[in-house]
Design a protein around this ligand. Structure first.
Ligand SMILES: Nc1ncnc2c1ncn2[C@@H]1O[C@H](COP(=O)(O)OP(=O)(O)OP(=O)(O)O)[C@@H](O)[C@H]1O
Ligand SMILES: [Mg+2]
Length: 346
């Protein structure tokens, strides 16, 4: 583990207001000074994934570097109700667009990194492939481990197969496969197969960590899904794996309605265990709507990446060339300005 990410970002709450309409780019008007929030919860604590230790007020954002269109020229009458929302989202994006600290000051994602999600089917596998591809492009030796692959009787490609195809990672290991599409412990029981043993999984991950710069471990479903049994006979979860390994965690989240609650619950569960965590959106829609922009405004301080919807269907060559653009430099990508990203993504 390295230093905490930079403090100094701040959060401005999102008001309930209709979207700005009929604008280019991300359609967001010029930011207005945000309200300061003093609450500390996982979606609002920006200083890092650990429980906050300082009560110092957050720093004011730096002024924007480039001139922006005057608000009044960009607003129509129909937009007025959306002004507060749009301004706050834009302010948040602007705050995240401040020059990044030097690499040595950033949190570095290397060693063992666990990839969980707010739910199943949120894009963990595609995100893991993107993280692997970006790290490989940066010259890192990467391994991917899927401890428990379930649903092998469905005929769908396994997560390891998807990651190998998309990222071309040489070392992609699945530690146990179970036929039924259930949580790994349930799938093991139903099939009468040995459940995953926590110590075995830890040993397998550490073995690869000795040979690689980055070991990505993809969970099954969400954070607290029963993965297997400890030697004591107690079930263990992906959260237990994170604390046992002392590993950092990427939380893959949806962009749409419901994601704030699911993401907050997952981050809170990780924070209270002292686990450093950051968020990646698994599939940012090609045509984002109000809910996506509003969610982005809340989540972006926690985010270290966002994949476009459709990334999983890309030609592998295109996927590998594109992946660094979806991830921040701390994750070996080149996404260093959320405001620019929003202009392009919207
Ligand atoms: N960015 C994306 N582009 C295209 N397809 C995507 C994207 N993200 C997810 N998908 C698709 O959504 C489905 C679920 O994604 P994925 O398999 O990565 O989920 P998961 O979180 O890994 O689920 P699981 O818990 O089963 O491992 C897959 O069919 C995948 O192809
Ligand atoms: Mg998966």
């Amino acid at each position: 583990m390295t230093a905490d990410p930079p403090s100094g970002s701040y959060y401005s709450g999102i008001s309930v207001a209709p979207p700005p309409r009929s604008r280019g780019g991300h359609g967001l008007p010029l930011a207005t000074p945000p309200r300061k929030r003093t609450l500390v919860d996982p979606l609002h604590a920006h200083g890092g994934g650990r429980p906050p230790v300082s009560t110092a007020p957050p720093a004011e954002p730096e002024p924007l570097e480039k001139p922006v269109e005057p608000v009044e020229e960009r607003l129509t009458e129909a937009d007025v109700d959306g002004e507060a929302l749009a301004a706050e989202i834009d302010t948040e994006l602007a705050a995240q667009a401040q020059p990044l600290p030097s690499r040595s000051e950033q949190h570095e994602w290397h060693g063992v990194v666990l990839v969980t999600g707010t739910d199943t089917e949120v894009g963990k596998t595609i995100t893991t492939a993107a993280m692997a591809a970006a790290a490989q492009s940066a010259g890192l030796r990467v391994a991917v481990i899927k401890p428990g692959q379930t649903g092998t009787n469905t005929g769908a490609p396994t997560d390891a197969e998807v990651i190998s195809r998309l990222a071309g990672t040489e070392t992609v290991r699945t530690l146990a496969e179970y036929p039924e599409p259930l949580a790994p412990l349930a799938a093991a029981k139903v099939a009468g197969l040995p459940p995953l043993d926590l110590s075995d999984v830890v040993d397998a991950i550490r073995a690869e960590a000795g040979k690689h710069d980055l070991v990505l471990v993809e969970g099954a479903g969400g954070l607290l899904v029963p993965m297997g049994l400890r030697a004591s006979g107690e079930p263990w979860t992906f959260a237990d794996l994170a604390t046992t390994l002392g590993a950092d965690v990427i939380v893959v989240a949806r962009a749409g309605l419901g994601t704030l609650n699911h993401t907050s619950l997952t981050l809170e569960a990780l924070h209270r265990r002292g686990v450093y965590a950051r968020v990646i959106l698994g599939a940012w829609p090609a045509e984002p709507e109000l809910v996506h922009w509003a969610n982005l405004g809340d989540l972006v301080p926690h985010m270290v990446g966002a994949l476009p919807s459709g990334a999983g269907s890309m030609d592998p060559g295109v996927f590998r060339r594109s992946a660094p653009g979806w991830l921040t430099p701390a994750l070996h990508g080149v996404l260093d300005n959320w405001r620019v990203w929003a202009e392009e993504a919207g």
